[in-house]
Design a protein. Structure first.
Length: 171
């Protein structure tokens, strides 16, 4: 998605958000129950098979791979805590052979399941926090410090998880 006019972050060209508030997924996929314990897909082949079976076009869709930092930030304490995938879903993530690092997004997980909002884009925090052209933070350390220094305070209910965003190709 291109940068919306209301986002006052001139460095941002487009949005590579983990959240579906800004970056729409190929479908409302949760109802198909093919996702893993992180509420994403283990491989592009699963997405392609689901799309074909439901007659959903993937034409023009970008493919992203996410790596989640192992701790989530709770601003009400404020502390970092571990979390794990939902154990009732099998999780066998296939790492793409070729992936291009795009930056880090920070998403809310108040329900503890799927990503909800990405305040950098959804709440326009990119206007006050340094981001790259994709509305993502360049380093893990900068992402952690943004949370620890209260830059996400009162943006959306947390906890917050940091996700590395990689673009990759459809197989």
């Amino acid at each position: 998605m291109g940068r919306p006019d209301w986002l006052r972050a001139p460095a941002v060209r487009d949005i590579y958000s983990v959240s579906d508030c800004m970056s729409k997924p190929f479908a409302d996929y949760i109802e198909f129950w093919k996702h893993n314990g992180f509420w994403f897909f283990d491989s592009p082949e699963i997405i392609k098979a689901l799309a074909e079976g439901k007659s959903i076009s993937l034409e023009g869709m970008m493919l992203f791979y996410y790596e989640v930092y192992e701790l989530e930030y709770h601003e009400d304490d404020p502390i970092w805590r571990g979390f794990s995938p939902e154990p009732s879903f099998e999780t066998h993530v296939m790492v793409p052979k070729v992936k291009l690092f795009e930056g880090f997004d920070i998403a809310t997980y108040s329900a503890g399941t799927s990503p909800e909002c990405s305040p950098l884009s959804c709440n326009s925090l990119a206007a006050a926090i340094k981001t790259n052209g994709h509305c993502l933070i360049e380093t893990l350390e900068e992402a952690k410090q943004s949370l620890e220094h209260g830059k996400f305070l009162n943006s959306e209910p947390g906890p917050f998880r940091i996700l590395g965003v990689y673009s990759t190709q459809w197989p």
